[in-house]
Design a protein around this ligand. Structure first.
Ligand SMILES: *Cc1c(COP(=O)(O)O)cnc(C)c1O
Length: 572
């Protein structure tokens, strides 16, 4: 059993991207720890979901673990404290929370509890020549949208001096972009900014705060590289480089060490929220054999006979050639069909046989040491599509917009190895509503290992590290609203659900599209009443319809896990 769990830990890379917050318990369920150093306390995510279900709160549900925010804040503060002590840096360090990352009250309140505040008078943002790295590289450099150029800074200082208020200039700031994947770029920016800072101090401007912006990256894929979804540094390395670089430049320029202000948003917020939802069913791509195909050499068209022959004789030695033959036969079959030369039944038979050959070819291809491009493509075609109860546009918009990767993992059955390869389709009617790129240590995975679906048993998966930007960027595409939300405290007994926030109802979603639910309701009643008058409906039928209508308007915008729950929700 232990080995099976160890194997799934590796499959999903939890220890690579989890920063010590996530694990698997003996039941094979995903657990959350309040901090890296507190592995004894653990909240079982499956238990939380079952508990919420009993309270009528169904998936998708965003689970918030505020302790993870505090955990990240402490981790960062510890890293800077260490660097400051080690280098005998003369200034201090403090964090400012950049609200744009996540304005949710529960998140902000956690920061207020954990952090302290400090308000400078006037701060200047400089436009650095140095750029970041990764997807948000354009936020820095000469072409950046924000920040004062060198001439503008000099002009500002001159004006403030002219007004006799130079004492108000307290802070110098820069921010070269989010998810800075490469520590080298960060060091370069620090060098440049510290130099600007020192030169300004030498002009008798009393700035003593250097605000180094945000941008600390989250290692979403756990690869510890400069890849877009990763970071090639730890919090300690980041702190060391920031503190040491600023100190070196200031010593060189003979100016005091400034207080370092830092505005990390993503790094602090990302871990604390996970979206748990259920897979509804599998969408079939491959044409499956419903009844066993019988090919008749006398009756069936030649093309069908040939495909059947390929299926019977394909081996590990000839699979490549036979796969190519099958592609040719399939094209030929469609041509014959379009010319009216074969029947619909012939075509159906041919399709089933074709996909059978593909599946066999795929099995052989995957045994090979190097899988060629065309068979990688075939695997992509053959993989399962898991229809999943969420909206990509609402819950992981950065995956849709920027191909950003988020770790995804089942929350249960983790003591058994996954047997399927799948991609996820959401329930919006938009073909972009898919997740088909997954985190991997060495590459980007095109398919995710998941378990096979069991009828009448829910299968839950969690989209991890969605606490930064996703909630605030998420949109109402296809009228899917905010998911249900639960705030969970991890304690010695497991967990405590501190608060539940209900997600959007259908009525609220319609209201956002400027429909007035009251008016809609009235309209519906009127139509039903007319039908009763005409004798098309009985009074009882009419009442039932109105009740059903009301329950729909008040229902969650996502799919009910099953009818029973829908019923419960309706009665409340
Ligand atoms: C966005 C932003 C941040 C936060 O960036 P993260 O990548 O989330 O750390 C900090 N400061 C400024 C000025 C920003 O615009």
């Amino acid at each position: 059993m232990t080995t099976a769990i160890e194997q799934t830990l590796e499959t999903y890379g939890i220890e690579n991207w989890g920063a010590g917050y996530f694990g698997i318990n003996r039941k094979g369920n995903l657990v959350v720890h309040p901090s890296e150093s507190d592995q004894n306390r653990a909240a079982d995510v499956r238990e939380i979901i079952d508990d919420l279900r009993r309270r009528g709160i169904q998936a998708p549900v965003l689970l918030r673990f505020p302790q993870l925010i505090a955990g990240q804040v402490r981790k960062l503060q510890r890293a800077f404290r260490n660097s400051i002590r080690e280098y005998e840096y003369q200034g201090s360090h403090m964090c400012v929370y950049p609200m744009k990352v996540n304005q949710n009250r529960a998140v902000v309140e956690e920061y207020l509890r954990e952090g302290s505040r400090y308000l400078p008078m006037i701060g200047l943002r400089v436009k650095l020549y140095s750029k970041g790295s990764g997807r948000w590289e354009k936020s820095g450099g000469e072409a950046a949208k924000f920040g004062l150029t060198t001439t503008e800074i000099l002009e500002t200082i001159r004006r403030v001096q002219g007004a006799g208020r130079v004492d108000m200039l307290k802070l110098l700031h820069f921010h070269i972009g989010s998810q800075l994947t490469d520590i080298k770029r960060i060091k370069n920016a620090m060098k440049e900014a510290a130099r600007v800072y020192a030169k300004i101090v030498q002009m008798k401007v009393p700035v003593d705060l250097l605000d180094v912006g945000g941008g600390m990256a989250v290692d979403y894929d756990g690869s510890k590289t400069a890849f877009d979804s990763s970071a090639n540094y730890t919090a300690q390395e980041f702190a060391n480089d920031v503190v040491y670089t600023i100190m070196q430049v200031c010593d060189d320029e003979n100016v005091p060490h400034p207080t370092i202000i830092q505005e990390s948003g993503r790094y602090l917020s990302a871990y604390h929220a996970i979206l748990v939802t259920n897979v509804i069913s599998e969408i079939e791509t491959v044409v499956e054999d419903i009844t066993p195909i019988e090919v008749d050499d006398d009756d069936d068209p030649q093309v069908v006979i040939e495909l059947a022959d390929l299926r019977e004789t394909i081996t590990v030695k000839n699979y490549r050639e036979f796969y190519h033959d099958a592609l040719e036969h399939r094209d030929e079959m469609f041509t014959l069909f379009n010319l009216g030369l074969i029947t619909l039944e012939d075509r159906a038979k041919g399709e089933v046989l074709f996909w059978d050959v593909c599946e066999r070819a795929d099995k052989h291809a995957q045994q090979a040491k190097y899988v060629s491009e065309e068979f990688t493509e075939l695997r992509r075609l053959l993989r399962a599509k898991y229809l999943t109860n969420f909206s990509v546009f609402r819950s992981v918009p950065d995956h849709w917009a920027l191909d950003q990767l988020f770790p995804i993992i089942p929350i249960h059955r983790l003591n058994k190895p996954p047997t399927e390869y799948a991609t996820l389709c959401d329930i919006t009617c938009d073909s972009d509503g898919v997740v088909d790129k997954f985190v991997d240590l060495h590459d980007v995975k095109q398919v995710l290992e998941l378990h096979s679906l069991v009828e009448d048993e829910p299968y839950y998966i969690a989209l991890m590290l969605v606490g930064a930007y996703q909630e605030v960027m998420g949109n109402n595409h296809n009228l899917f609203g905010a998911p249900n939300e639960a705030h969970v405290h991890i304690d010695d007994d497991g967990y405590l659900i501190k608060k539940v926030v209900k997600g959007s109802t259908v009525g609220e979603a319609l209201n956002r599209a400027r429909y007035e639910p009251g008016q809609l309701h009235e309209g519906f009643r009127r139509i039903v009443a007319q039908r009763v008058k005409r004798g098309d409906l009985s009074e009882a039928e009419a009442a039932g319809m109105v009740e059903l209508y009301e329950s729909r308007i008040n229902a969650y915008t996502y799919l009910a896990v099953n009818g029973e729950q829908e019923e419960k929700r309706r009665r409340r």
